[in-house]
Design a protein around this ligand. Structure first.
Ligand code: AMP
Ligand code: ZN
Length: 490
């Protein structure tokens, strides 16, 4: 379909999105009319994905849902980082995955498979649409080496004992995404043969530390080692989406370093004088006690913890959507409780409305509403299209439901639209765990706990985790103590 055809079918509100590159709201036009290619930085699979991580995935999913609802065909890629991400996010130090494997006495592959499965389960619970590809960094190392060879041949790198480094002075506009002033860039002075020339330079290839072998390692023209953390996203996105694509998303921490370096190496690799990706979008942090929720700060709450405490995953999604993605959001009990009851109320209202045909797009929904309903639909569209203003979408839907003269049929369509657009399953709620405080069948719980213990003893981690999840669904938490497993009603 041509751009004109698409627009006449569903003109709707103009889509305007905040671009971190340039820090302003701009009109959205994908390179190919009607099609959007987007890449979202995914999880590093070395620990349970926490609630802060969920904000990044719910954000990119809601963005994708809005674009699909407006009639665009989307291709989305989400990477799985299973190698290369060093402790501290820098160029030195151990791989996060290898540290976890040692601590958990499992193989690297067991660790990465386990946390990838956790991530996928959380995505499903949060009704995040499946990406079209989930490339694993470890599968891409040969292509990363090819990419690095080209950077090297182009004069963008230099080698020191710890590996191959990107020379940021060869990257025009380095750091513009993070607003790093150009004059702040240090000239490429040679300090010593073993030091980086500039603090901003970053590892493309990390050689095995002297006298030490990594668990994961590949041969390369720069010796055995592992790719630098930033490399995978450039290589996998270009491989799967083409040299230039429309949207790149991630948490706001990535705007400062990871994405800055992705841009530098990708533009050096493509060398065509164009911006690599035109639209960069970042979600702000989920905070706890005023600080960013972060894996490195220790065990952080997960979707499963919340479910066990009576906050179903989609109520957490609702909670996230009550704030604009670009504002910081504090995780509070009050906020979560308010989200649980608001979602319950909304679904209660939806239940009393007549059934309506499903409409996956704005254009489809238009055909299902009266003139009065169409006005409300346009208000929802305006809110969603204006930099994905989800709090306003929620407010518009709630106002429409309270409207005494709006026909019930229109209300039903609007609820279905909001459910689709926001991924909240308003009209088709999933079965959710009974609230905490109810009676459980103790014998059945005991049986599950013992089965899990047997699976753990047999080192069948997948089965043990499956049983732990099954327990979480019925609101039971298990703690593994030196005396054996102990369960409680969460
Ligand atoms: P990681 O698995 O640590 O690589 O992070 C996965 C995604 O979660 C990245 O896009 C991060 O920027 C994002 N992220 C990490 N912590 C938070 C937080 N507290 N709030 C929002 N996003 C976060
Ligand atoms: Zn990335």
């Amino acid at each position: 379909m041509t751009a004109a055809g698409l627009e006449s079918a569903a003109p709707g509100a103009k889509i305007r999105l905040f671009n971190s590159l340039g820090r302003q709201v701009t009109d959205f036009h994908p390179a190919t009319p009607g099609q959007v290619r987007m890449y979202s930085c995914g999880p590093t699979v070395y620990s349970d994905p926490h609630l802060g991580n969920m904000r990044a995935y719910v954000f990119s999913d809601t963005l994708r849902r809005m674009l699909e609802w407006k009639g665009f065909a989307i291709t989305q890629v989400v990477n799985i980082t299973d190698v290369g991400h060093a402790v501290g996010d820098g160029d030195e130090g151990e791989d996060k995955v290898e540290v976890a494997a040692r601590a958990e006495q499992r193989s690297v592959r067991e660790v990465t498979d386990h946390y990838t499965a956790m991530f996928m389960a959380d995505m499903e619970a949060l009704n995040v649409l499946r990406a079209h590809e989930y490339p694993r960094a470890s599968d891409y190392v040969p292509k990363m080496i090819d990419f690095a060879v080209k950077l090297d041949a182009g004069g963008h790198t230099y080698q020191i004992a710890s590996g191959l480094y990107f020379d940021t002075t060869t990257s025009p506009g380095y750091g513009r995404l993070a607003l790093i002033p150009q004059e702040g860039q240090q000239a490429g002075k040679r300090v010593s043969a073993d030091e980086k020339r500039s603090p901003a330079d970053f590892a493309i290839w990390r050689a095995d530390p002297v006298g030490q072998r990594r668990i994961m390692r590949w041969d390369s023209p720069w010796g055995p080692g592992v790719p630098g953390w930033h490399l995978e996203c450039s290589v996998m996105s270009i491989d799967l989406l083409g040299p230039h694509f429309d949207i790149h998303t991630g948490g706001v921490d990535h705007r400062e370093l990871h994405h800055v370096n992705e841009i530098a190496q990708s533009e050096a690799f493509l060398d065509d004088g164009h911006d690599w990706v035109r639209l960069w979008m970042h979600n702000e942090f989920l905070l706890s006690g005023g600080a960013k929720l972060s894996k490195s700060a220790g065990r952080m709450p997960t979707i499963r913890d919340l479910a066990a405490a009576g906050v179903p995953p989609l109520a957490f999604r609702y909670f996230l959507l009550t704030a604009h993605y670009a504002s910081q959001l504090e995780l509070t009990d009050d906020g979560l409780e308010a989200a649980v009851s608001a979602l319950r109320r909304l679904r209660g209202r939806a239940e009393r409305l007549p059934p309506v045909p499903a409409a996956a797009t704005l254009a489809g929904a238009r055909g299902l509403v009266s003139a009065a309903g169409a006005v409300k639909l346009e208000q929802i569209d305006a809110a969603a299209s204006e930099d994905l203003n989800t709090p306003r979408v929620l407010a518009e839907v709630q106002a429409a439901l309270r409207d005494p003269v709006l026909p019930d049929n229109d209300k039903a369509v609007l609820v279905a639209v909001a459910g689709q657009l926001l991924g909240l399953r308003l009209a088709d709620p999933p079965e959710e765990p009974a609230p905490a405080g109810r009676v459980v069948d103790e014998a059945a719980v005991e049986e599950l706990v013992q089965a899990r213990e047997q699976a753990r003893k047999a080192r069948d981690w997948a089965e043990a985790d499956r049983l732990r999840d099954e327990l979480a669904v019925i609101g039971v938490a298990v703690a593994d103590t030196p005396e054996g497993p102990r369960w409680s009603l969460a």
